[in-house]
Structures are given as structure tokens and as C-alpha cells.
Design a protein around this ligand. Structure first.
Ligand SMILES: [Zn+2]
Length: 683
């Protein structure tokens, strides 16, 4: 169970229109520097007490229009893009056959080379899919379907065709790794897309039907058949969607924890032969299985009863092609892009091929590429300083908990125990993953992807029944993001997020604490948000709160949820304050913690005015400037459904308007927009 700072939807993208762009991007030999407090990003004509986000970020937004290949563009995505251009240079170099390449360089270089070879993919068309399509055509029973799924799941990224099978920590005992069988099977980004009845949702479903038809046509299906088949796919997916939990429900870990044994799982879905499925995935022993959503599998059973085999073949033909589209020829890649990125997210142009290939190497061989990135960018000094800052934030949280007026001493003791048990992971893993068993060929991109994904899926399943590896990371080192994992009880900051303009070694403490300090505080607070607080110091789903304290917490969380639910995302759509609650609580708590830690770290310093700004003002501007940015209207609509984070402007204005420290720093008056009448405070 992870909670990330910003959420990057791994939507599949596709070929190059960028070539004609006015400013074609080039590889970067070094990462560019911009400070974590940038005066030129501000709009000083704006009143900080009326709209602080505009004051801190107005000029950044004006000067940084969303590039054609992006759905949103902010400080995080710009830095991500710079990292990718830097990695591009590394990969271009590594792709040149040379005796001086070491094994890691040869592997990532050849992977990149094969990905860049679009001509081969054009020649191959749908041919790489042929073995799977033939296998689908030859299915004769549901047992065959199960065996086919086992093979296909093993080589499919995301592992979600019809349902998901993976490993995960036991909610009852986080030291144990058990099997997870999870809901899946949808082609739209969320179950809500299938069940909502408004005009826009109906339009999206119509476009989705057309997209399925387009893909099936590329496989050679004649149009009338494609239409019938798309309707079958839609009917199956709609039934599964109706039985799937909402994203809000999925934030409740109790709703996702249903330990079954094999017999009980078999009883839930008598028509699906689980034993042969598990055996085909080399899992002969699965004594304990968390069936995350039993209602989903009940519906799956109902569908298996009423649908004939031909319907399942149709569904699988679509799902398998959908899953592999981004590794096929440009016709598939473009169709995929046109629906998922152009239509659903408003992206104007396909990202250039190099960018898609860098993303693919990062996804599939991330710790190989990451080693090279870390060696070139993340010095021991940055590591030492960011580790020290993390400890400062933790110390601030300790003193906050000790002084918390609404929490009793028994709960405080447990909260401190949990805080002290948090593991800090900074920069990169202690031990690099060994990918050497993956065969990478310069002339077989489709095969490379399958082999790399198979390696990863097998690696995940191999954990079942083994001792938990606490050193593992869920993000690669170049990633500009961070996360807290409630079952690991750890906070994780990849090297990519600890560089300017986020963590800035060249600048003083005020903006650094405001920016990176608040991010560290954000992740730490996740351990104590409405979701994270349900896990104990060891990462077990176990209530450690007195009833009274839990009640007091809920009251304060409701204040935040009510506040954010009033903000408009776009048009008639408001923030779903129950979906974003954990992130909103973390944003608020994180900023308080960073502020306190900064005050404590600088208590003996004589802080001075700089650029006409007080130290407190500079703290808050630094805090706001990680979030400068904008996104396309279509992307806002999608995020309102799928993203647990509030839009960037509310992540800033929603926080500062709750902080008396902010009002004081900018001499705001009661009644102004950035001074909420009833200020929320949880941590
Ligand atoms: Zn978060």
C-alpha cells in the first residue's frame, strides 16, 4: 500500500510528431540548474493573501506553456523531462557497440537501441501478436482460458487481464508475503467510466467502443464484426466495473483484505480452475491468498456462467492487443495514443520516440539505468544533507505528537513508536537489482519487453512464502516523485526528486525546508493520515487508537475533507474530498512539520531579508514553487476521477489558508481568501 507525492499515470504513449516542433529537444550532457526559490517564477502583481499560488507561480505558468506532448506541465514534470533528456544522452552512448561498455551499459544500451528501431516494428506489423492470437483462437474451454491467462499474465505489464495475480505483504502480518488476487480487467482508466450516466461519460464510452473497433480492425477484423465485438467487450467490462470497488472504497484497507485459502477461492468462483492456473505460473503452493475484492470475483463467476467461449475469445483478443499496443507498429501505437492520451487527456502530440524509449528502459531495467544516473548526479554530500533534513522533520513530528492537545497519552505512545520505526530510504537502494538473466537483443524489441516483464512478474511471485525484503524500492532512482509505504512503514525519496529546483544545495534553508522539507513531512504524515493511521509500527493493519482519539482524529480529518470538497476542478466538477483526503492531510501536516523543523534548525541564526522578502515569506514561496504548473482541461477531468491528489493550486492555497503562520508572514487580514475562518489542523 503506497501513497505517492505526485501520481504519474503510466498511460501508454506512442510515434513522433515532435520532429516538426519549433524547439526539438536534444540530449542533456548535464542537468540544468534552477533555484528552489525563483523570483522570476513569481507574479508580484498578485496579492499573496488573495491567491498565494498565483503570487508564487504566476510567471512560471505564463512562461512555461504546456508542451504538445504533455497532459500537464509543472515543476515536477519539467524536471522529469530534463532527467529523461539526460538519460537519453546516457542511453545513446550506451547503445553504441563498443568493447568499453560494461555489462549493465550493454544491456540498457541494447534495450534502447531495439526500442529506437521503429523500422523493424513497421515491417512486423501485428506479427509479434500472432502466437497469442492463434492461441486464443484455439481455446476450447474455460480451463484453456485459465491456462492461456497464466501464460499471458506472466508477460504482461500491469498483470491485469481479467484479474490480477501478484504477491503482497499480509495485512495481518507485514513480515509475511502472500498471494494477492485482485480485481482488474478494464480498459478504461477507472470503474467510474463505465457506471456514470452523465453526457460526458456516455460520450467517452462511445469513443471507447470506437477505439476497440479500430484496434480490432488493425488485426484484420471487418467492420461489422468489430462493432459486435466491441459491444461484447464493453458488456463484460461494464459488469466487472459494476462489481469493482470505487477508488474511495479502495482507500479503506479493511475493504481490500479477505484472506482465503485455495478451497475457499475455488468456492467463490467454481467455474474458474484456479489450481491449473497457479500451477501454470509455477505456484504449486498458495496456502494463503488475499482476495482483495470478493464481490468482483463473484461477478466474474456470474460472467463465466452466462458468457459463451466466443465472448471470452473476443474479450481476450482485445485485452491482449491493448496490453501490447505500445510495443507494436505505429498504427497500433497511434491508435492507442489517440484514445488514451489525445482524447482522454488532451495531449496534442505524441511524445518523440526517444522519450518513449527512455521511459521504457526506466520501467523495465530501472535499477540498471538508475545506477548510471546516480553515479553521475547524486553525490554523497546531497545524500548526507537530505538524510539530515529527514531527521529534522522527524524530530519536529515527535515534538508535535508529544504536544498534541487532542490526543491521549496511550495513543501518543503508540504514535511515537510508529514514528520511530519509520525507515528512511534516501536516493537509491543499497543493493542494485540484477537483470543479467534477461536476454536483450538488438533486433527484437517486442521480445525484449516480454522477457523483461516476465522477469519482473516472476520476481514478484517468487517472493510468496519467503522472508520480506525491506530494502526494496517501488520507484527507480531517476523518478521525480516520492512515496510512503504503510506496510513497510518507510519513506522513499529517489535521487531524481532530491535535486534543484526541489532540493537545492546552493540555496539557504528557508526555501529548501519549504520545498523538500514539506515533501518529506508529507510522506511522513502519510503514516498518520486517515488511511496510514490504521497500520501500526510494524506495518500491520491493527487499530492502535483509543476510541476517543480516533473520534478526535476523524473530526479534524472531516474539516480537511469538507474544505477541499468545495474546490472546483473544472466546469461543474468539484474535488472528491474523500478521494484526496489522505494527500490533503499529508500536504497540510507536511508543511507544518517542515515549518517547525526549519524554525528549530535556524533558531540560533540571525535570518535576514533577501530580495525584499522575509525569511518566513521565503519559506512559503519555496513551499509553493514545487507545484507551479498547469494541465489540460481533459486531464483535469481524468484526474478528478483517478488522482488522489488535489490540483496543484489547491495543494498550495488549501494548505496556506489553514496556517496562521502564513497569514502572519504576509500580514493577511481576517476575511481574505488565504485566511480561512475555520482553519483545519490535524497533525
Ligand atoms: Zn502523498
Amino acid at each position: 500500500m503506497k501513497a505517492a507525492l505526485i501520481f504519474t499515470a503510466a498511460l501508454l504513449a506512442a510515434p513522433a510528431v515532435w520532429g516538426q516542433a519549433a524547439n526539438p529537444e536534444t540530449p542533456l550532457a548535464a542537468l540544468p540548474y534552477s533555484p528552489s526559490l525563483d523570483l522570476s517564477s513569481m507574479d508580484r502583481s498578485a496579492d499573496p493573501c488573495a491567491d498565494f499560488y498565483r503570487y508564487a507561480c504566476g510567471s512560471w505558468i505564463k512562461n512555461n506553456p504546456i508542451p504538445p506532448d504533455q497532459a500537464r506541465w509543472n515543476v515536477y514534470s519539467r524536471l522529469t523531462n530534463e532527467n529523461q533528456r539526460f538519460l537519453w544522452g546516457i542511453l545513446e552512448q550506451a547503445a553504441r557497440p563498443s568493447p568499453s561498455r560494461n555489462a549493465v551499459e550493454a544491456q540498457i544500451g541494447d534495450y534502447f537501441y531495439a526500442c529506437m528501431d521503429e523500422a523493424s516494428r513497421e515491417r512486423d506489423g501485428a506479427a509479434p501478436l500472432r502466437p497469442e492470437l492463434d492461441a486464443i483462437a484455439a481455446l476450447k474451454s474455460i480451463r484453456d482460458v485459465a491456462l492461456f491467462l497464466a501464460q499471458t499474465h506472466a508477460t504482461t505489464f500491469g498483470n491485469q487481464i481479467l484479474f490480477g495475480f501478484d504477491s503482497g505483504q499480509d495485512y495481518a502480518d507485514s513480515s509475511r508475503v502472500i498471494a494477492f488476487v485482485a480485481a482488474g480487467g478494464l480498459g478504461l482508466p477507472d470503474r467510474d467510466y463505465y457506471v456514470k450516466t452523465d453526457a460526458k461519460s456516455q460520450e467517452i464510452r462511445q469513443k471507447y467502443l470506437e477505439h476497440i473497433e479500430t484496434i480490432l480492425k488493425l488485426l484484420g477484423e471487418p467492420a461489422p464484426q468489430g462493432k459486435t465485438d466491441a459491444a461484447i467487450v464493453m458488456a463484460i467490462e461494464t459488469a466487472l466495473a459494476n462489481a469493482s470497488l470505487t477508488r474511495v472504497d479502495q482507500r479503506d484497507p479493511h475493504k481490500l483484505f479477505h484472506p482465503f485459502d485455495l478451497a475457499k477461492l475455488q468456492g467463490l468462483t467454481p467455474s474458474f480452475p484456479w489450481r491449473p492456473y497457479f500451477a501454470a505460473r509455477q505456484m504449486n503452493q498458495v496456502p494463503r491468498i488475499n482476495v482483495t475484492e470478493p464481490a468482483f470475483f463473484q461477478e466474474l463467476q456470474a460472467q463465466l456462467k452466462v458468457r459463451n467461449l466466443e465472448d471470452w475469445k473476443t474479450y481476450l483478443r482485445w485485452q491482449v492487443t491493448h496490453a501490447r499496443a505500445s510495443s507494436l507498429s505505429s498504427a497500433f501505437v497511434t491508435a492507442n495514443f489517440d484514445f488514451y492520451n489525445r482524447y482522454l487527456r488532451g495531449v496534442v502530440a505524441m511524445p518523440p520516440l526517444w522519450k518513449r524509449c527512455v521511459q521504457r528502459v526506466d520501467r523495465d531495467l530501472g535499477e540498471a539505468l538508475g545506477q548510471v544516473f546516480v553515479a553521475k548526479t547524486f553525490g554523497a554530500d546531497t545524500k548526507r544533507r537530505t538524510v539530515a533534513m529527514t531527521k529534522e522533520i522527524e524530530a519536529a513530528m515527535q515534538s508535535e505528537i508529544e504536544q498534541l492537545p487532542w490526543m491521549g497519552s496511550a495513543t501518543k505512545r503508540r504514535a511515537l513508536e510508529k514514528l520511530h520505526a519509520v525507515a528512511n530510504k534516501i536516493g537509491y537502494p543499497d543493493r542494485w537489482r540484477d537483470y543479467s538473466s534477461i536476454q536483450v537483443r538488438r533486433d527484437d524489441y517486442f521480445g525484449n519487453v516480454e522477457r523483461a516483464v516476465k522477469f519482473e512478474n516472476q520476481r514478484q511471485l517468487a517472493k510468496i512464502g519467503k522472508p520480506l525484503d525491506r530494502s526494496e524500492w517501488q520507484m527507480t532512482p531517476p523518478t521525480v516523485n516520492a512515496y510512503y509505504d504503510a506496510q513497510m512503514n518507510d519513506i522513499n525519496f529517489p535521487a531524481g526528486v532530491l535535486q534543484p529546483p526541489l532540493y537545492d544545495p546552493k540555496i539557504d534553508d528557508a526555501p529548501n525546508y519549504g520545498n523538500t522539507g514539506a515533501t518529506i513531512g508529507h510522506e511522513l504524515t502519510h503514516g498518520f493520515d486517515d488511511e496510514g493511521r490504521q497500520f501500526d509500527a510494524k506495518g500491520n493493519l491493527k487499530d492502535w487508537w483509543t476510541m476517543q482519539d480516533a473520534l478526535e482524529f476523524s473530526k479534524r480529518a472531516a474539516c480537511v475533507s469538507d474544505q477541499y470538497s468545495q474546490y472546483t476542478v473544472i466546469d461543474e466538477i468539484k474535488i472528491n474530498g474523500k478521494l484526496t483526503l489522505g494527500e490533503d492531510v499529508a500536504d497540510l501536516g507536511g508543511t507544518f512539520l517542515a515549518y517547525l523543523a526549519w524554525k528549530s534548525a535556524t533558531k540560533n541564526q540571525n535570518l535576514q531579508l533577501a530580495d525584499g522578502l522575509t525569511p518566513d515569506q521565503r519559506f512559503f514561496i519555496g513551499m509553493a514553487q514545487w507545484a507551479c504548473g498547469d494541465e489540460r482541461p481533459e486531464n483535469k477531468r481524468m484526474n478528478a476521477i483517478t488522482n488522489p491528489h488535489s490540483p496543484d493550486e489547491y495543494r498550495i492555497n488549501g494548505v496556506v489558508s489553514n496556517m496562521p503562520e502564513f497569514g502572519k508572514a504576509f500580514a493577511c487580514r481576517a476575511g481574505q481568501p488565504m485566511v480561512r475562518a475555520q482553519q483545519c489542523r490535524v497533525w
